[in-house]
Write a protein that binds this ligand. Structure first.
Ligand SMILES: [Zn+2]
Ligand SMILES: [Zn+2]
Length: 356
């Protein structure tokens, strides 16, 4: 019974959490052709064989997107009777040539511009409740949207959300749009037959059918130029480690709300996972509400639904995440410890090797 509750509560937030950071600074996307600019061979092996570096502005931590990396995790929840596996999370990334939807007058054609993407897929199911939650963020070499984040949940419940961040009229803005159950229209497929012989067919009032959902109004707001999405924030913690930089704080957008996420390097320890034993460095993610930002009617809740801190244990040389830990509140009554543990990896940097 508890597990039935947990799946939606845990997996959903965790997926969300995985998206980390896309920055919205006005900087251009530039490829590195797979060749790290630094001469050091040891450093080269810390980086993905091919990657795309997204600059986020002067003095800002850049975002590096591996060209073809796939990380698989299992989601473990401590229920007091041992850890229970409630699902899987897969993190993938890629690079592709950028193609605009429509030719822009004066824009270069056939250029070598690239866009990069980060994707998180969480899957789970228990006692008839099925969840498939995908987060995908594309970082594009255009003013708007520079960051395009899509959040799609299918299964027992269905919903879609889109966030776009970029520059319009010299300002950095974001737009948010989500879907909801249609409140009444003429479409015959939204009309349900009455189950009572004397009842009339009517527009469905409320259901979980994906095909009864429609896009709602677009909500627009101003955001700081270096704002990232949640997936971008996660991958930034990786850049932080590889670049050996100090603690940094980035603005992160979740729907229409802005958060400050502080990425703080912590201690080291060796961790045993399904994928092997790795020497790890902790990166602590702390989420706070920026001054003047409306906390909304739901009060404070950090990324991934995790309240308080998120601990990312990343392999010390490459920054590849090996374990993610945090506490998730359940129904406002108690919290559960959640661990997201690496099980398999492909396309990771050469220096990412399990120890004997
Ligand atoms: Zn309708
Ligand atoms: Zn309906």
């Amino acid at each position: 019974m508890i597990r039935e509750l947990l799946l939606p509560v845990l997996l959903f937030p965790l997926t969300v959490g995985f998206q980390a950071d896309g920055s919205s600074t006005g900087s251009a996307v530039s490829g590195n052709d797979g060749k790290p600019t630094e001469a050091s061979a040891s450093r080269a092996s810390q980086l993905p064989e091919e990657s795309l570096l997204i600059e986020r502005g002067e003095g800002q931590l850049p975002l590096r997107i591996p060209a073809a990396e796939e990380l698989e995790f299992r989601v473990l929840v401590d229920l007091g009777i041992g850890d229970v596996n409630v699902g899987t999370v897969t993190l993938t990334s890629g690079i592709e040539p950028y193609r605009a939807g429509l030719p822009i007058p004066g824009a270069q054609v056939g250029g070598e511009q690239q866009s990069g993407w980060l994707r998180s897929n969480a899957r789970g199911g228990h006692l008839g409740y099925e969840l498939d939650h995908e987060l995908k963020t594309t970082y594009q070499p255009v003013d708007f949207p520079r960051i395009f984040h899509r959040d799609t949940q299918t299964g027992t419940e269905n919903r879609k959300r889109e966030i776009k961040i970029g520059e319009r009229d010299g300002k950095t803005i974001s737009t948010f749009q989500d879907d909801g159950h249609c409140e009444g229209c003429e479409r015959p497929e939204h009309v349900v037959s009455s189950t009572l012989p004397w009842g009339k067919d009517h527009h469905c009032k409320k259901c979980k059918r994906g095909e009864h959902r429609v896009w709602k109004e677009i909500q627009t707001r101003d955001v700081p130029p270096n704002t990232v999405d949640m997936l971008g924030a996660i991958y930034l913690s990786r850049t932080l480690l590889v670049e050996g930089l100090e603690e940094t704080t980035v603005p992160m957008l979740d729907k229409t709300r802005l958060w400050n996420v502080t990425l703080r390097p912590g201690g080291t320890k060796a961790l045993n996972t399904k994928a092997g034993r790795f020497e790890c460095r902790e990166i602590l993610l702390e989420t706070t509400l920026p001054e003047g930002e409306d906390p909304g009617d739901r009060g404070f809740s950090g990324i991934f639904g995790i309240r308080g801190e998120i601990h990312i244990w990343a392999e010390a040389l490459t920054g590849v995440p090996v374990m993610i830990e945090g506490e998730v509140p359940v129904g406002g009554l108690f919290t559960l410890d959640v661990q997201v543990e690496l099980t398999e990896h492909r396309g990771t940097p050469a220096a990412f090797q399990a120890q004997e």
